[in-house]
Unconditional design. Structure first.
Length: 161
């Protein structure tokens, strides 16, 4: 992850905040994550693509509460919000560890995942999602979020298996 200051051969080099902001000319990749193994594979694929293209990487996780209508809940809205933020923070940390040169941003948003990812992909060059997320239909090749994004995203969509 890029930071405001970096060290080169023992000498501190300070970059301006503007150097960290993506420009309109810089490619941008959005990756949807939810903590599933499929989304981790999507994140790794997105990191490689960002390294190769010089793109900024936007990590997005979306959540809703209640997450299942008609069930009793043992967690609060704040706990779910914090868990979503933790998923994003862990992903940002992973990017920093494996690709420190990649500019990365993260967002945890309270809305349905498909619409959240389509909205986040406005102006992006690429949207990347896992083949299926936390849903329980293992036999599906493409999950509902991936299907939603394929049909509605304003950019190219990659579904990673």
């Amino acid at each position: 992850m890029n930071t405001d200051a970096s060290s080169t051969t023992g000498t501190a080099a300070v970059r301006s905040k503007a150097a960290l902001e993506p420009s309109a000319l810089q490619p941008r990749i959005v990756v949807g994550i939810d903590g599933s193994s499929e989304s981790v594979r999507a994140l790794d694929w997105a990191i490689t693509q960002a390294q190769q293209s010089g793109a900024t990487l936007d990590i997005v996780t979306a959540w809703m509460f209640p997450m299942a209508i008609g069930y009793a809940f043992t967690t609060t809205v704040d706990e779910v919000r914090q868990q979503a933020r933790s998923v994003v923070d862990d992903a940002i940390g992973h990017v920093a560890d494996v690709a420190p040169e990649v500019v990365v941003r993260g967002e945890a948003t309270e809305q349905p995942p498909g619409p959240a990812l389509v909205k986040a992909s406005q102006g992006a060059d690429l949207l990347i999602v896992g083949s299926r997320g936390m849903g329980g239909f293992e036999e599906l090749l493409v999950g509902s979020v991936g299907h939603y994004c394929m049909r509605r995203a304003p950019c190219s969509v990659v579904i990673v298996r």
